[in-house]
Design a binder for this molecule. Structure first.
Ligand code: AMP
Length: 543
């Protein structure tokens, strides 16, 4: 039997329309380093119409890729709304890519226009000559952009545009946006989000099982808009009518704390390294972080010590979330189940997350069999659902897919209540004497030590055990602690054979372009003999 429902396609233009018609008074505040520039949703929607019309005057049409090379700000939000709604494809370029990767992704996507922050002109200019698909660069903000040759300013483009634009009816399955993975090996891979996936994912972000974003919120978008759509926050905030606070390139602890104290956001999202630094700064300066009702933290394992510190010092729950560029990215959020309070709640909060409605997860063991959802059998996570990618853009490789499921490369367990717990990446897990050591769990155990600021653990070759863990530790300022003291601290917290016997004290853990620990760099430094390593020769047993 046919349904009697209307067949309204799920389009980004509907997100745009709703925010404009219903939440016109909500605002976007963009930080410029000393003050805030404000625009209402009504003004943003009007600019989006002018932008679409201006881009059309440059010849941009259905399916054309428009790149953005920008930090988080109002104009970037306008691009988020206008480009997909006109039928073109928003390609958010990671401003921290190495030139060779940047050239590759612009070329691979075939971007015809790039909207670029003036402050980022030098980075784009390094590759622009080798990107034949790019016909026009549009510059946002002030600065010397002569290195880019002839450009057009964003205002000029808006001036060319009409104040009205008739948003077309599109096929909900066509591409709305695209983002390349920050692949640490090989070339980045493109993920093309559809209108349908963006619409559904945005709705999911308003669920209380996830971020629960609503019109009462003010959302501080720290996670870059070039990283998995800033975890979907801009679209979700727009449709819900939450104010948006955009920090541009001011992502260090000091300006972030200034923004938080001035604008009093209620919700924010960023990777753990950022919250670690914000916490350290706020503690040292007696800053007020109490405006948040919740902070979403993910992209890498969230240390329990970080979550507890926010709870205890500011009464702010830091909620761990899991996702990937390939999953739009929301996949799991560690909200405790009904009734779990106190320490019981922590047993859930320290897990990676509970699978959100819309995503289905399973664990596949080393032999390729689907494992029990018992919370203890370890395997690789596979996911599927309407906002999980089914392939990569213009790429025929199939090794990341398995019977219609995406192979995440994440290793861990899944329990009967849908909580997944990642213990490692397939490439980072340490294989020692036929057993697995989770580098992430070891890092968390180390970071629970009060003198440890950050710790990254990598596998290094070992003649007897195949691999052994090397702990690279950043101490808090003024702290002085020996490897044997740290080993003593780990005894009883992890299995004995997990306790590292190679230690390196470093100034900073190298990070990837999206702020995650870059273990590849540490492994290379070790292999080249560029790390000062202390070996403690602990006896290795298997207890
Ligand atoms: P990206 O595509 O750059 O967002 O990276 C996705 C990867 O980040 C995942 O496959 C995980 O390895 C990692 N990741 C994301 N969230 C978490 C989390 N809460 N805990 C551990 N790893 C995470």
């Amino acid at each position: 039997m046919q349904s009697t429902m209307q067949e309204a396609p799920l389009l980004v233009r509907e997100i745009l329309r709703h925010g404009k018609q219903v939440h016109g008074r909500s605002e976007v505040a963009t930080y410029d380093g000393s003050s805030f520039r404000r625009g209402s949703f009504s003004e943003v929607a009007l600019n989006a119409e002018r932008l679409a019309s201006g881009l059309a005057s440059l010849g941009i049409g259905n399916g054309d890729r428009v790149g953005t090379f920008c930090f988080n700000h109002q104009e970037h939000l306008e691009a988020y709304l206008a480009i997909p709604s006109m039928g073109a494809v928003l390609h958010t370029l990671n401003v921290r890519l190495f030139p060779e990767q940047l050239r590759y992704v612009i070329d691979h996507a075939g971007d015809r226009v790039i909207i670029c922050d003036a402050t980022l002109a030098p980075a784009l200019s390094r590759v622009l000559d080798e990107c034949p698909s790019v016909e026009q660069v549009v510059v946002v903000g002030e600065g010397d952009t002569s290195c880019l040759g002839a450009t057009m300013s964003y205002e000029e483009l808006l001036e060319r545009g009409e104040p009205r634009y008739d948003w077309p009816v599109l096929d909900e399955r066509q591409a709305a946006g695209m983002c390349y993975t920050s692949g640490t090996t090989g070339n980045p891979k493109g993920v093309a989000y559809s209108h349908r996936s963006t619409y559904l994912h945005s709705l999911a972000s308003t669920s209380t099982a996830t971020i629960g974003i609503s019109s009462s919120d003010r959302a501080l978008v720290v996670v870059p808009q070039f990283h998995a759509n800033a975890w979907g926050l801009p679209y979700a905030a727009w449709l819900a009518g939450a104010d948006l606070i955009m920090p541009r390139q001011f992502l260090q602890a000091e300006p972030l704390v200034r923004i938080i104290e001035a604008e009093r956001p209620t919700v924010a999202a960023a990777v753990p390294t950022i919250w670690n630094e914000v916490l350290r700064y706020a503690q040292a300066h007696g800053s007020d972080l109490s405006s948040f009702r919740t902070i979403v933290c993910g992209g890498a394992a969230v240390p329990e010590s970080l979550m507890r510190a926010f709870d205890e010092l500011y009464g702010v729950p830091v909620i761990q979330a899991w996702g990937m560029t390939e999953t739009s990215p929301l996949g799991a959020v560690a909200v405790p189940p009904r009734g779990a309070t106190g320490e019981e709640a922590w047993t859930y909060r320290r897990k990676t997350g509970r699978v959100v409605f819309g995503v289905e997860a399973r664990v596949v063991d080393i032999q390729g069999n689907v494992a029990a959802r018992d919370g203890s059998t370890i395997g690789e996570f596979e996911v599927r659902g309407p906002w999980v990618t089914g392939s990569y853009f213009a790429d025929t490789s199939t090794d990341r897919f398995h019977d219609g499921w995406l192979r995440t490369g994440d290793v861990g367990t899944l329990d009967a209540l849908g909580y997944l717990d990642i213990t490692d990446r397939t490439k980072d897990v340490i294989k020692t004497g036929g057993e697995w050591i989770s580098s992430v769990e070891l890092e968390n155990a180390l970071m629970a030590h009060p003198d440890v600021f950050e710790a990254a653990v990598v596998a290094v070759p070992d003649a007897r055990w195949d691999e052994r863990p090397l702990a690279c530790v950043v101490l808090n300022e003024g702290a002085d602690i020996s490897p044997s003291e740290l080993e003593g601290f780990l005894e009883g917290r992890v299995a004995r054979f997990w306790v590292p016997d190679r230690w390196s004290f470093i100034d900073e853990v190298p990070k990837t372009s999206v702020g995650k620990f870059d273990k590849k760099v540490l492994r290379a430094r070790y292999a080249e003999g560029n790390l000062d390593v202390v070996s403690t020769d602990r006896p290795q047993d298997r207890s």
